[in-house]
Each structure stands twice: as structure tokens, then as C-alpha cells.
Design a protein around this ligand. Structure first.
Ligand SMILES: [Ca+2]
Ligand SMILES: [Ca+2]
Ligand SMILES: [Ca+2]
Length: 551
């Protein structure tokens, strides 16, 4: 029943780029309970940092899996640098690039693991990925194209092979003993997100590691640890890095009684780190990985003095559920909660999936039409969107739910065995379906890659999408899959309307005024008609959507 008419329905009209400078208020209804702000007063939200990211679309890269420049089967800095022109060539007039303006690099520091989330040296790059000079060259090449770069920073824990931990576990009088958490007995605490024990035996004592024994948590209450880690962040900022994605932000501190998430000391730590870093680097961007519900993520905003952005895990779930089920309910309820919970909806970093999740296309069971509506919904959301590498191709990933299968090498062409990722033997192999590669899709009209490019270009040209408030105008008619989101800036309104259903809807009317102009649409059967305070869209085709400017 999937009808996907690509022949005539994709329209894109790029508008002139908007100003990037003026601080702009975000609307939304304050909810003092959720924000936990001392002065969560009604009115404009404060400017939360430099806010350059509000115009940007980010792209998450696993360097090991992106592009291998030297044939050793491992992606590296030079490989990524060689592919930058596919991501953004620095020329807004060309359309041969995806147009993303931010990169989040998963951990690149020295580490014994393939993923890098257990660091042994916070000031050294993983030699698998190249040298520090290669890294510097990558940052310079990214900046030359207008791409900013944020690094994954694992504040919560180190590797159990970190020299400080090797020293600390040697005994009570070790020099670095206080940098980690030891005790003589196991209190029996379990992970807040799982059922594994968090105290790990070494000799006749125990150390704390919320993820596993290979990742001992730092004792962040130790001033030497705080100074060291913030200094390590300075080290990378001085090299030109634009910010950090803070891993496991919920678990920085833990209470003496075993409450292992969202402790007040974690908030205080981030405020101190931000104040210290912002004083020297006013444009720094700090992004929270707080993998929890909207209401529990919201406090990480602080008083616009804590994180600048937080990933929208509930947003990801809502979009995927609505697209997968063909039902608007999840997205509608989520947007309503977002409006009630966030004083500043620009705090959101919406996304569809990341390296810890099964890929979107796997969740959507390879329904490419559902994937396209999901991508459009992502671009309609407030905040700063993130795309996970390969999402723009519809990568499925490997066949299992293990982490490596969520982080498989990027297919650059359809030629086995390396698929353009490597000329050697890939560190990990998982073949995608035919056509799921860059060469088959880049600049091919109708491809998912081209849709992502067009959606990103649309967003860049519409201030209502990058800076606008979000509201949910009343919708009549339609069906279980029809949803409308209105984004409004000072002088611009853009309506996103979708039918997630795999069946056509009844005629739809939505309570917005203005002369409609379709900016980008897919599968829209009738031209939208303004009828006073209502916009009439006619019956909507299965899995169709449109972005409509109201002028
Ligand atoms: Ca390599
Ligand atoms: Ca370009
Ligand atoms: Ca911790």
C-alpha cells in the first residue's frame, strides 16, 4: 500500500540565508516544576550561550567506520577529511554535498577498545585514527568548510587501564587513590539502567564503575580530577575544537546511599565546567547525553548556565513510533509535552538514532517511505538536529542488536568487499542492500541522500525552522496518521503537515492562516488552499508530508 510518487512531488525553493547574529527568544510555556529554575518566570527564555548551533544540522561520525585512508581496515582522520566535501563543501550554492555544518566525533582519544569510551589518555588521539597533526588538519579542513566539530568527552569514567587507575588500585596509599571510588565491601548496588552490579572486586576490596569493570568511575568530587578533566577539555578547545558531547551526564556523581543518576553534584559540576570553559571560549558548546525522559532531561538546562543542548531521546522515540505505526499519537503527545516541559525548546538536540541504538531503517523494517517521513519530521522539530552517519543512505547496520552492528562501516560504493570504505580488510563487515551506498544515492534525484540534502537546505533557509517557536494548530478531518506542527519566528510561519498512515486520509483542515506556499513536499495530492482561518489540504496520500510557508 505504500505509494511513493517521486516523479513530480518533491519541490524545494531555497530562500536567502537568514541572519545568524541576533539573539532570539524562544517561546513555549514555562513549567517551573520541570525546569527547576530559581526564577522560572513567564517570559522569554534567556540566551543559552553563543547559540551558533541553532542554525546548524549536526552529523555524528564513528571515525573507525567512516573512511579508511591507508588500507588498514580502520577509518581514520585523513579518511574523514577526504570525505568532507560530501558533507559540506563550504559553498552554499552547490548541491553536491549534504550540507551539514557540525560534526560530532565519537571518542577519538587513546583507548584500548574499538569504541573508545574507555580512555587511557585524555590528551592523546587514538593512533588507529592517525596523529595529532592529522587531527589538527581535519579540524582546519572542517572549519574551512564552515563545519564545526564537537568531541565525545567521557567525563564519568576512564579505562581500567588508565595509568591513574592502575596506580589507584595498587593500595590505600597510592598517589592517585582518591581519583577513583573504593570500598571494602560490596553494598550490592545495581545499574540504574540495567541489572549488573556496579562495585567490582579487585584484591580484597571493591571499586565503583557504573557501566562495567573496564570503566571505573572517576571520583569527580576529588578536586584534582575536576581540574585535570576540565584542563583536558581546554587542551582540545585550544586546538580549535568547538565543544563536547558529554557522555553519561546523568551518572557523573552518585549518592552515598546508591542513587546513581541525576545527582545535584552532577549539575553543579557541569555549571562549574561551563563557567570555566566559557570564560576562555565564549562559543563553546556542551551537549548532554542524558538518556532519560524529557522531564528528567529538562533540569540539565539549569538557568541557561548548564548544558547548551541535550539530546532528545523522547523525540527520537516519538518520531520513530509515529512513522513506524503510521499513527500520529506518539508524536502529538510528545510535542505537547515538549511545549509544556521546556522553557526553551532550543535546548533540544532532536535525532532519530545514535550509535547505541538500532538504526532507524532497521526499526522501521526497511519501510523507505516511513524513513522519509521520519526524516522530514526530524527537520521540522525545534532545536539542533543530529543525523547519525549512514542514516542518509538508509543503512540498516548488522544483523544483530550488538553494538558493533549499530556502528558498521560506511558504504561509499557498491563494490565488495570494501564498499569504498577500505581497500584492505574492514575492521568489521556488514553488507547493506544494493543501492545503500553514497555513490548510488548522491545527487540521484529521489534518493534518501538527496532528500536529506534537500531537508537540510530547507531548514537552513527558514528561520521559522531554526529559531521558531513550536505549536500544534487544531486539525480537523484527516485520520489516525495526520499531524501538524507549526513553527513560528518573528515574521515567518512554516507548517509541517504529515500523514504517517499507510492509507490515505480523509480531507484535512488545519487552523492556520496566511497564503500557503509549498516549500518542500512529497506525495501531496492537492495544492493547499487558504480558507480564512483554515488551511485546506484535501485528502493526504499515504506517508506524505509537506512544509508549507504561510505568508
Ligand atoms: Ca586507516
Ligand atoms: Ca554546498
Ligand atoms: Ca559517576
Amino acid at each position: 500500500m505504500v505509494r511513493l510518487d517521486r516523479s513530480s512531488s518533491l519541490m524545494l525553493f531555497a530562500l536567502a540565508a537568514c541572519s545568524h547574529s541576533a539573539p532570539v527568544q524562544m517561546g513555549g510555556t514555562p513549567d517551573a516544576g520541570a525546569i527547576q529554575s530559581a526564577d522560572a518566570s513567564v517570559g522569554p527564555a534567556p540566551q543559552n550561550g553563543a547559540a551558533w548551533w541553532r542554525d546548524d544540522v549536526f552529523y555524528e561520525v564513528f571515525v573507525r567506520s567512516y573512511a579508511d585512508s591507508n588500507g588498514d581496515g580502520i577509518g581514520d582522520f585523513r579518511g574523514l577529511q577526504q570525505k568532507l566535501d560530501v558533507l559540506n563543501d563550504g559553498d552554499s550554492a552547490t548541491r553536491t554535498d549534504l550540507g551539514v555544518d557540525g560534526l560530532w566525533l565519537m571518542p577519538i582519544f587513546a583507548s584500548p577498545s574499538y569504541h573508545g569510551y574507555d580512555v587511557v589518555d585524555y590528551r592523546a588521539v587514538n593512533p588507529d585514527y592517525g596523529t595529532l597533526a592529522d587531527f589538527d588538519a581535519l579540524i582546519a579542513a572542517a572549519h574551512a568548510r564552515g563545519i564545526r566539530v564537537v568531541l565525545d568527552f567521557v567525563l564519568n569514567h576512564s579505562s581500567s587501564e588508565h595509568p591513574y587507575f592502575l596506580d589507584a588500585k595498587s593500595g590505600e596509599n597510592a598517589v592517585h587513590r582518591r581519583r577513583y571510588l573504593f570500598r571494602g565491601d560490596d553494598p550490592g548496588w545495581k545499574q540504574p539502567f540495567g541489572s549488573n552490579p556496579v562495585w567490582h572486586r579487585t584484591g580484597n576490596e571493591y571499586y565503583y564503575g557504573v557501566f562495567w569493570s573496564g570503566m571505573p568511575d572517576w571520583n569527580l568530587a576529588d578536586p584534582a580530577v575536576e581540574i585535570d578533566l576540565i584542563d583536558a577539555m581546554r587542551f582540545w578547545l585550544a586546538r580549535g575544537v568547538d565543544g563536547f558531547r558529554i557522555d553519561a551526564a546523568r551518572h557523573l556523581f552518585e549518592s552515598a546511599t546508591g542513587d546513581l543518576s541525576d545527582q545535584p553534584q552532577s549539575h553543579a559540576f557541569i555549571k562549574r565546567a561551563r563557567a570555566a570553559l566559557s570564560a576562555e571560549y565564549p562559543e563553546v558548546l556542551l551537549i548532554a547525553e542524558a538518556w532519560t525522559s524529557l522531564a528528567q532531561v529538562a533540569p540539565y538546562y539549569g538557568d541557561a548556565d548548564e548544558f547548551h543542548l541535550a539530546f532528545g531521546f523522547d523525540t527520537a522515540a516519538a518520531i520513530k513510533t509515529s512513522a513506524g505505526d503510521g499513527n500520529r499519537a506518539d508524536l502529538n503527545q510528545h510535542v505537547s509535552r515538549l511545549r509544556r516541559t521546556y522553557r526553551d525548546s532550543a535546548f533540544e538536540a532532536p535525532f532519530l538514532a545514535n550509535h547505541d541504538m538500532q538504526r532507524v531503517m532497521a526499526i522501521l523494517r526497511n519501510d523507505r517511505a516511513a524513513m522519509r517521513v521520519a526524516a522530514a519530521a526530524l527537520i521540522a522539530m525545534p532545536g539542533t538536529p543530529f543525523v547519525y552517519y549512514g542514516e542518509e543512505l538508509g543503512m540498516i547496520g548488522g544483523p544483530t542488536t550488538k553494538d558493533e552492528d549499530k556502528r558498521t562501516p560506511m558504504p561509499w560504493n557498491g563494490t565488495a568487499p570494501g564498499f569504498g570504505f577500505t581497500t584492505g580488510t574492514s575492521w568489521y563487515s556488514a553488507a547493506e542492500a544494493a543501492g545503500v551506498d553514497v555513490e548510488s544515492q548522491r545527487n540521484i534525484e529521489g534518493s534518501l541522500w538527496s532528500l536529506f540534502r534537500d531537508l537540510i537546505a530547507l531548514r537552513h533557509g527558514q528561520r521559522a525552522l531554526t529559531h521558531g517557536d513550536i505549536s500544534q494548530p487544531a486539525l480537523t478531518g484527516g485520520g489516525k496518521g495526520t499531524a501538524g506542527i507549526l513553527r513560528s519566528s518573528e515574521n515567518q510561519k512554516v507548517l509541517f503537515i504529515a500523514n504517517f498512515d499507510r492509507a490515505a486520509s480523509a480531507p484535512v483542515e488545519i487552523a492556520v492562516s496566511g497564503v500557503p506556499r509549498v516549500l518542500l513536499s512529497e506525495g501531496l495530492s492537492d495544492a493547499p488552499q487558504s480558507r480564512g482561518e483554515l488551511l485546506s489540504l484535501g485528502a493526504m496520500n499515504p506517508q506524505s508530508y509537506a512544509f508549507i510557508a504561510l505568508e
